[in-house]
Design a protein around this ligand. Structure first.
Ligand SMILES: Cc1cc2nc3c(=O)[nH]c(=O)nc-3n(C[C@H](O)[C@H](O)[C@H](O)COP(=O)(O)OP(=O)(O)OC[C@H]3O[C@@H](n4cnc5c(N)ncnc54)[C@H](O)[C@@H]3O)c2cc1C
Length: 469
């Protein structure tokens, strides 16, 4: 039996696979497979090696109950590990509640989403809001499976984002909030300063750095105490029809059928902006406004987190590298050439020249510093900005993107301490990755305490836990 992930870049071949219905069954499976490698999966929407494992696989989709309780002026929800975010949002909405933070899609499971630090824009990542994790693991003295409730200290900070490495998450207690409306509208800006200064009025905003046009399309967003707009439904239809489908079909046509770099560049310079209706202000329920159908077409993604003070330089570096990767005769500015020289990556840059044409807007989202040990936005005293690069090339034609993503991850981690998203393409070596997290050592200690035999690890997480940083 084998399964592939959403991006078709990972194949899972477990020795045994289960879809347990309750906690008791999970414990029985663990007892039956004592001493073997065990890994839980969600909906396989990760591109990274976090989902791999050739031992026993637990798919938790049938454990998806939701219980909502008030907690002061907020709410707390206890959510079965395999509950998809969309079902959770529906259940919360029935009780007048919603999540504090939401990614671009809602098909992930809650355990999968928190395990890789899934985030949206303008808030912390989803991991930050976790109050308690019920975890199935082994008792060291008896060797038997038992349920551990993790609700405080470094263990909680580790369990909030744990790459599947502490044990099998059974359920999660999440801080939630009252349902709210979001108002959104688009503008275009030429200068990054203007984009960033708009955050004061639109704290939930995200923006797209448009390749080849090199301007910023800003999706201004803020909470709105007003009612849903009369046109909210029409706006949703516009998003679905025009942005989620028409724009993506156009990109697929250019990339997969026409395969013309010239047309891709022309389209971003002149055509993409035609899809945008500027200054159309619409208010809708947060859980409708903050997500899109980004899973409609298969793609692959790398996302790099930089702190706010690094963002301007990181984006100007990005622009120059994309230009070099996309043509034979472009070179970096002197400043960036010097940077590449300083980190010894001149040959890598030469190898990238003319090998990859960026064909998707670069989405940039602000994430507030998390209280976790290793989520990408963990720690620091500044906001983090997640800069994402997506390819719609067919899975068999991703060599250019592989080269580009490796170059970006290696150069940006060295120059700007950029952290790759744990759930997306993550081409760094284990020690390069762990050195980006000042609290990785604490995570390592928690992980080795809760799982001393390493049965919940795969090769990738074992390398991370064993890395010298
Ligand atoms: C189209 C698309 C859009 C996306 N948009 C965003 C976005 O906007 N923001 C963002 O941050 N990310 C985004 N992602 C990434 C995605 O949110 C993460 O990769 C997430 O981890 C996927 O959740 P999943 O349920 O599919 O889990 P999987 O990918 O199946 O698993 C992820 C990790 O969780 C672990 N895990 C799952 N369940 C359990 C459990 N019960 N116990 C222990 N460990 C468990 C797995 O072992 C693995 O390590 C997107 C991905 C796609 C494909």
């Amino acid at each position: 039996m084998h399964r592939k992930n959403f991006g078709r870049n990972r194949v899972l071949q477990p020795s045994a696979a289960y879809t347990p219905v309750n906690e008791q069954e999970v414990l029985e499976i663990l007892d039956r497979h004592q001493g073997q490698r065990i890994r839980a999966v969600g909906r396989l929407h990760s591109w990274s090696k976090a989902i791999l494992g050739d031992g026993v696989q637990l798919d938790m989709r049938r454990m998806n109950d939701v219980f909502l309780e008030p907690a002061g002026d907020q709410f707390v929800a206890t959510v079965g590990a395999g509950c998809q975010v969309k079902r959770l949002l529906k259940e919360l909405n029935r009780g007048g509640a919603t999540l504090h933070s939401l990614g671009l899609i809602d098909v992930q499971t809650i355990a999968g989403a928190i395990s890789t630090g899934t985030h949206g824009s303008g808030r912390h990542s989803m991991s930050h809001y976790v109050e308690e994790v019920r975890l199935a693991r082994y008792d060291e003295s008896t060797g038997k499976a038992f349920i551990d409730e993790i609700s405080a200290g470094d263990e909680l900070l580790a369990a909030r984002c744990s790459l599947g490495s502490l044990g099998i998450i059974l359920s999660v207690k999440l801080r939630c909030r009252a349902q709210y409306n979001v108002q959104e509208h688009f503008t275009e800006a030429r200068r990054l300063e203007d984009v960033l200064s708009a955050e004061e009025s639109y704290p939930l905003q995200q923006f797209y750095f448009i390749p080849w046009r090199w301007s910023y399309f800003i999706q201004h967003r803020c909470e709105d105490t007003g009612k849903r707009s009369f046109f909210a439904k029409m706006y949703r239809l516009y998003w679905l029809g025009v942005m989620d489908y028409a724009m993506h079909l156009k990109i697929l046509f250019l990339k997969r059928v026409l395969r013309s770099r010239r047309m891709i560049r022309f389209s971003f310079r002149r055509i993409v902006s035609l899809f945008l209706i500027r200054k159309w202000r619409v208010t809708d329920r947060s859980s409708s406004m903050l997500v899109m159908k980004h899973e409609a077409f298969r793609h692959i993604e790398i996302e790099l987190f930089v702190s706010r003070d690094q963002l301007p330089e990181a984006l100007s570096f990005t622009k120059e590298v994309i230009e070099v990767a996309g043509s034979k005769d472009t070179s970096l500015s002197e400043v960036n050439q010097q940077r590449i020289h300083d980190i010894g990556m001149q040959d890598d840059l030469k190898g990238l020249q003319n090998q990859y044409c960026q064909h998707y807007p670069i989405c940039v989202r602000r994430v507030l510093p998390d209280e976790t040990l290793i989520s990408m936005a963990s720690g620091g005293d500044q906001d983090w900005y997640a800069v994402s690069f997506i390819s719609y090339a067919k899975p068999s034609r991703r060599a250019g993107f592989d080269l580009f993503s490796r170059f970006m991850a290696r150069s940006m981690s060295k120059l700007f301490q950029a952290r790759p998203h744990w759930g997306k393409i993550s081409p760094l070596e284990a020690s390069e990755l762990t050195s980006l997290y000042p609290k990785f050592d604490t995570f390592r200690t928690v992980s080795k305490t809760l799982d001393p035999q390493g049965v919940f690890q795969n090769e990738w997480t074992t390398a991370l836990l064993d890395a010298d940083d």
